[in-house]
Design a protein around this ligand. Structure first.
Ligand SMILES: Cc1cc2nc3c(=O)[nH]c(=O)nc-3n(C[C@H](O)[C@H](O)[C@H](O)COP(=O)(O)OP(=O)(O)OC[C@H]3O[C@@H](n4cnc5c(N)ncnc54)[C@H](O)[C@@H]3O)c2cc1C
Length: 416
């Protein structure tokens, strides 16, 4: 079966919903939003804790509340929504192959917005030594079991990694009556938001073991125990520091990766964020294909993923007039204190301001961010402190960016 649309949005999470609403606001009519799940909201539907919507609605909502508000807004628009529909592939010509309950569709779009969220790092990816018993799972999967299926995956839990999902699951498991014995973090600082460390660990008396990792997993059929060890400044295990801990659940919260498989297979360039390399309008290296949300770079706040989606939706509508014939693609670069930058390029034909998003590599205090275009400082921001868990966003007004720029650099340095 075949179908033609102006804008195809892949993914109905915060970013995809934002993209659809942004595109409607900018005047698009023929929009198709496709999600493989049976309802809209993406990861939000399993995040039953509050902490969403402060920026967008000025209220603290739970994930499902935030998702249903956005879905209700969408229901008032002409956007066509396909649920239980899996996008199998897209091509640079913007043809998508979609497996739906009605059969296989070939959808031809003028623009595509890719908003497929992120994936969790698995035990295999971190090469956890020991046996392979059940009871070792990612924190997001445990969250799905508990919050959507009502299934408590263990009673004596340990958590490896202090990412936000792990911290939130520490509190969630405690509230459900499980004993959370601790959270181990290989870095000397927590990788989650400060509020999550306070509200999810400190308030429940759950110890956070910084500069620690799990060196071995025990158990034949089901998890029986783990070894917790200290690591040195280089992350190497300090022999003789092993502590044997009996537990029946080990959750991993050791990082998220943008879900870029379909885009990569279509030939899109991948950037430093491990999502697509995009320009300031969020257009990937495939003309007319945009990316937003966690599939572009991992966001700590759903509100930001939603707002990024809106930007992508508006840019996609602008692109319906025609993809710019010449994209200038001035590269954005950074110094060693910054982990990655989004976007990867600046295309001067885009008329909006340039939003630069990044994370610092390590916690910093009293520092300064400078944006330098062709050797000239165009923006300086003083910061009291910065954490890798908190995404930084800098807006560079379009008027500050000259034509024919060769380089744009973002520098993060200590303030003297
Ligand atoms: C456990 C957890 C706790 C969080 N806590 C908070 C918090 O307290 N406050 C806060 O502000 N933010 C929080 N966040 C962050 C926030 O929820 C996310 O950044 C945001 O919701 C991501 O939105 P997204 O649309 O990019 O991705 P997702 O919500 O993951 O949506 C992606 C969608 O794409 C669909 N999809 C993927 N591939 C395909 C395909 N091939 N075909 C069709 N559909 C596809 C998926 O089914 C999914 O619905 C949390 C995140 C997590 C994971």
């Amino acid at each position: 079966m075949k179908k033609t649309v102006d804008i195809l949005i892949i993914g109905g999470g915060a970013a995809g919903l934002g993209a659809a609403l942004g595109a409607v606001e900018a005047g698009a009519k023929e929009i198709l939003l496709v999600d493989r799940k049976n309802r809209l909201g993406g990861i939000l539907t399993q995040c039953v804790h509050s902490g969403f919507g402060l920026k967008v609605f000025g209220e603290e909502l739970t994930g499902p509340e935030f998702a249903s508000r956005l879905a209700r807004k969408l229901a008032e628009t002409p956007v066509e929504v396909w649920l239980n529909a899996f996008v199998l592939s897209i091509s640079p010509a913007k043809e998508a192959l979609i497996s739906s309950r009605d059969g296989l569709y070939q959808v031809s779009a003028k623009t595509i917005i890719y908003a497929t969220g992120c994936l969790e790092r698995t035990p295999g990816m971190i090469q956890l030594p020991g046996t392979r018993p059940s009871g070792v799972l990612t924190a997001g999967l445990a969250q799905l079991y508990l919050n959507e299926y009502g299934y408590l995956p263990g009673k004596k839990a340990f958590i490896l990694g202090s990412g936000d999902i792990g911290l939130i699951m520490a509190r969630r498991l405690s509230l459900e009556g499980a004993k959370v014995l601790g959270v181990a973090e290989i870095m000397p600082y927590s990788n989650g938001l400060v509020r999550n460390k306070v509200q999810c660990l400190d308030d429940f008396g759950i110890p956070l073991y910084l500069s620690h990792t799990v060196s071995r997993v025990y158990g034949n059929h089901h998890l029986e125990a783990i070894d917790l060890v200290k690591v040195d400044e280089e992350g190497k295990i300090i022999q003789g520091t092993e502590e044997h801990i009996e537990c029946d659940l080990l959750l991993l919260s050791v990082g998220l990766l943008p879900n870029v498989g379909i885009l990569k297979n279509a030939g899109a360039r991948i950037g430093e964020s491990k999502g697509a390399a995009v320009d300031g309008s969020l257009m990937t290296s495939l003309p007319g294909v945009f990316s937003a949300g966690n599939s572009l770079h991992v966001h700590d706040l759903a509100d930001e993923a939603y707002l990024e989606g809106i930007e992508a939706g508006k840019a996609a509508v602008n692109c319906l007039k025609g993809v710019p014939e010449h994209r200038t693609m001035t590269p954005l670069s950074h110094n060693e204190n910054i982990g990655y930058l989004v976007p990867s390029y600046y295309d001067e034909s885009y008329l909006g301001d340039l939003l630069i998003k990044f994370r610092c590599r390590r916690p910093k205090e009293k520092c300064v961010i400078m944006v330098i275009a062709d050797g000239e400082i165009i923006k300086t921001i003083n910061k009291i402190s910065m954490l890798p868990s908190e995404m930084e966003i800098i807006r560079i007004p379009k008027k500050l960016l000259k034509n024919n720029l060769k380089t744009i650099e973002v520098i993060l340095e200590d303030r003297l």
